[in-house]
Design a protein around this ligand. Structure first.
Ligand SMILES: Nc1ncnc2c1ncn2[C@@H]1O[C@H](COP(=O)(O)OP(=O)(O)OP(=O)(O)O)[C@@H](O)[C@H]1O
Ligand SMILES: [Mg+2]
Length: 444
């Protein structure tokens, strides 16, 4: 403070002393005139600097003010203060810009609304999910743009704890969960989260429980029906009753198969990886061909074609259950006298494949993408009649996925189908390597 004040103070004291000296030496009038004149000049000097300061304050971005003495000090301090403020302002702006960018690219849709529910700002995801546009819709009432009675009721309630699930107005087939968050200055943030996958899983879970219940109900009803009838016939002839046992047994087998398949699926889903071993695919194909013969009971011509002796790195139990399903399907969905060709070999593309070709009824193309869905059957009655649970190809899909293999289905209605399991080369031990290996094994 002293540094700031000492100069004017010293000037004032100096002026007073000189004026007094003049008054003593010459005359009081001269002393007073000198004092007034210098004071006037000094006043002009301050007025000039005040004027400069006033102009500069009106537009402080201009070049720094120059001044000397006390004014130099004032200008220097002001400039320093301004520089500090500008730096802080720039940092706050950069932070704000960063927040803005981050919010813009959030996967959730964000819409900032004012207290009248007009749109202030929205991000890219909100444009995509809710079909809004920052350029077109800023300042518009959101209720005019998102016309949905449940949405308007929910928005008017302003219950910040309740979420709303609706179809996304901007993205067909998507489901969004909406949430309102209160913001300062009477603003609100509308957050839209894409929950399509969660909703789909939820629907699948509900369908699955409904399907399992439905599949179990029929055989259980049959068995319970028989048991109730037996109860109502205390004096019935046991030989008469025994006649119904095969049907009851078939229904029990059906329940057991269903539970077994469900447990297999559950196990495949819960165990993340297969326990790998070397699978002798030639023996497996031969075993499956024998089983096809026995299932067919001589009604079909079964052919086995082995192009090579390649082996697979995989789980033999899982591969057996998956490939056995392809074979049993071929037998069950091919009328008598049909041809079934089981093949282990190379495709033209060089991929190692296990395929089952039949000359059966074939499958309409519309059904093919859905065949691996649980409980999906092309012909419900037919599948049930042949003892099918509709879970076979779902198990195939899972097993093949666990072996990084693909299921390929080619089919022509009335001509037949070919189901192929195509394995990746990393899982194949080619014939030459296997032969060399077995040679070295026998040498050892
Ligand atoms: N080779 C085939 N020819 C014609 N249709 C087939 C063939 N393989 C499968 N399908 C159709 O695909 C449906 C699904 O087959 P999937 O193996 O999953 O079930 P399923 O055979 O009915 O029962 P499961 O295999 O559980 O005993 C079958 O119901 C059938 O309609
Ligand atoms: Mg099947």
């Amino acid at each position: 403070m002293l540094a700031f004040w000492w100069r004017p103070l010293m000037i004032f004291l100096g002026l007073a002393l000189v004026s007094i000296a003049l008054a003593i030496a010459f005359s009081t009038t001269l002393g007073c005139a000198f004092f007034s004149a210098v004071l006037f000049v000094y006043l002009l000097y301050h007025i000039y600097h005040l004027h400069k300061l006033s102009n500069w304050l009106a537009a402080p971005v201009d070049a720094l003010l120059q001044g000397d003495g006390a004014w130099g000090d004032v200008f220097y301090r002001l400039a320093k203060l301004l520089r500090g403020q500008q730096a802080e302002q720039q940092k706050a702006l950069a932070d704000l810009e960063q927040m803005h960018e981050a919010t813009r690219h959030l996967p959730d849709g964000v819409v900032i609304l004012d207290d009248d529910n007009r749109i202030n700002w929205l991000n890219d995801a909100a444009e995509h999910l809710l079909g809004l546009s920052q350029n077109r819709d800023a300042g518009q009432f959101v209720l005019y743009l998102m016309r949905n009675s449940r949405f308007s009721e929910w928005l008017h309630q302003e219950d910040f704890t309740r979420r709303l699930t609706i179809e996304a107005s901007g993205a067909r087939g998507k489901t969004v969960s909406l949430q309102l968050i209160s913001l300062p200055r009477e603003q609100k943030m509308l957050v839209a989260r894409d929950i399509t996958d969660i909703a789909r899983v939820d629907t699948m879970r509900r369908d699955f429980v409904a399907n399992v219940s439905h599949e179990l109900r029929t055989p259980i009803t049959v068995i319970v029906g028989f048991l109730e009838a037996f109860e109502d016939m205390p004096d019935a002839d046991p030989a008469q009753l025994r006649k119904h046992i095969p049907l009851m047994r078939a229904q029990s087998d059906r329940i057991r198969r269903l539970v077994d398949d469900l447990l297999t699926l559950a196990r495949l889903e819960s165990e993340p990886e297969t326990k790998d071993e070397t699978v002798d695919m030639v023996s497996l194909a031969q075993r499956l061909a024998r089983e096809a013969e026995s299932l067919s009971q001589g009604k079909h011509q079964i052919e086995l074609k082995l192009d090579n002796q390649a082996r697979l790195i995989g789980n033999s139990q899982e591969l057996y259950s998956a490939l056995a399903n392809l074979v049993s399907n071929a037998v069950r969905y091919t009328p008598a006298n049909g041809l079934i060709r089981i093949k282990w070999g190379l495709l033209e593309t060089g991929e190692q494949t296990f395929s089952v070709q039949d000359s059966g009824e074939g499958i309409d193309p519309q059904h093919i993408p859905r065949l691996t869905e649980r409980f999906y059957r092309v012909d419900q009655g037919r599948s049930r009649a042949t003892g099918g649970t509709g879970l076979g190809l779902a198990i195939v899909k899972h097993v093949l996925q666990r072996h990084q293999a693909k299921l390929r289905v080619e089919s022509t209605v009335g001509k037949g189908s070919t189901f192929s399991a195509v394995f990746p080369t990393e899982r194949v031990i080619p014939e030459i390597a296997s032969t060399l290996e077995s040679e070295s094994e026998s040498a050892a």
